[in-house]
Design a protein around this ligand. Structure first.
Ligand code: SAM
Length: 311
């Protein structure tokens, strides 16, 4: 309104956004949601049970209430007791099939530390794994997979979102005409599982780096469905399996335009006639605002490799 001082609401939100993330990370790390599952606790009892200070716990619990992660009510004895919300019970418990706990832990222990060096990353034009973790960061995936344990954690991060929205992504288009599918950089196999469940006639080859494939077989696709198979390789150096449909989910954003074109060209050359690529990425809208949902698009080639144009 005319005459009113402008209020920097958005800037204040952005400035303090990390406080919200840290409150969520801490509540998960301290085991708040696990302990509250199925019962109500006062701040002092919870503090005692989790080995925390009473004052600190009360502040954290009230923050979680304001974030709608917990509810608080006064019991018949006049004590304030806290319990999980429906959303917390669904997504913030380790045992939940839709758990985000491992993603939250990865965000807290890895991504948050790297983002601390964002200004350096922009200045230098490279990732900051060396500063954050003291590892050679020239190859992004070597840095991320700096130990087997770190690789499994990353794979859980990749896995968890598809347990929540993988079905929607994979059924955004009717993929039933594509019987032979290759998920390039298919990681934990979460999308492959959604794919064979939604399109039972299809088979999916998970193509990934050798140690990722072995870990996927060991930890993620254990009860092997015969419609899912694996192929170890480097998608820049090795021959790609022939397929009717290639899935590239959260792959292209890791590479320069030049490398992305290189990969897409290789796919085009391996693709069977009438085949297609399914791209799954989070994108910006044309006005640069963020598209929070995953953008899925399918590009179908009209002719065999070497001949036609893309559609
Ligand atoms: N597509 C999966 C998803 O959406 O959950 C994983 C995406 S993750 C960001 C990138 C994947 O590409 C990882 O599984 C990684 O191991 C794989 N990758 C990276 N470089 C690769 C290469 N040169 N050849 C094959 N796979 C590669």
């Amino acid at each position: 309104m005319a005459g009113e001082e402008p209020y920097p609401r958005k800037i204040l939100q952005y400035m303090e956004g990390f406080l919200v993330s840290k409150a969520l990370f801490s509540a998960c790390e301290l085991g708040v949601f696990e302990r509250l599952q199925g019962s109500q606790w006062s701040a002092s009892d919870l503090a005692l049970s989790l080995g925390c200070s009473e004052d600190g716990m009360e502040r954290l619990l009230n923050t979680c209430v304001s974030l709608e992660l917990l509810t608080a009510r006064t019991d018949p004895h006049g004590a304030v007791v806290y319990s999980n919300t429906e959303m917390s019970s669904m997504f913030l418990l380790k045992s939940s099939p839709r758990s985000l706990c491992q993603s939250i832990e990865y965000s807290s222990r890895t991504i948050y530390l790297c983002w601390h060096y964002l200004s350096d990353a922009v200045r230098e034009g490279r990732n900051q794994y060396e500063k954050a973790f003291g590892v050679d960061s020239r190859d992004l995936f070597e840095a991320m997979y700096r130990s087997d344990e770190e690789m499994v954690k990353f794979m859980h991060l990749m896995n968890s979102v598809w347990n929540i929205c993988g079905r929607d992504v994979i059924t955004a288009f009717d993929l039933s005409p594509f019987r032979c599918i290759c998920d390039l950089g298919g990681c934990s196999g979460a999308l492959a599982k959604q794919c064979v469940s939604a399109f039972p006639q299809s088979t999916v080859t998970i193509f990934d780096l050798p140690k990722v494939v072995r870990t996927s077989q060991q930890h993620f696709v254990c009860n092997q469905d015969e419609r899912i198979c694996f192929c170890e390789g480097d998608f820049f150096k090795d021959e790609l399996p022939q397929a009717d449909l290639y899935i590239l989910a959260r792959i292209l954003h890791d590479w320069t335009d030049q490398r992305s074109v290189e990969l897409l060209t290789k796919i085009y050359q391996s693709c069977r006639p009438g085949g297609a690529v399914l791209l799954v990425e989070a994108l910006l809208y044309e006005d640069n605002s963020v598209c929070v949902c995953v953008c899925v698009c399918v590009c179908r080639w009209s002719c065999a490799a070497g001949g036609g144009s893309s559609v």
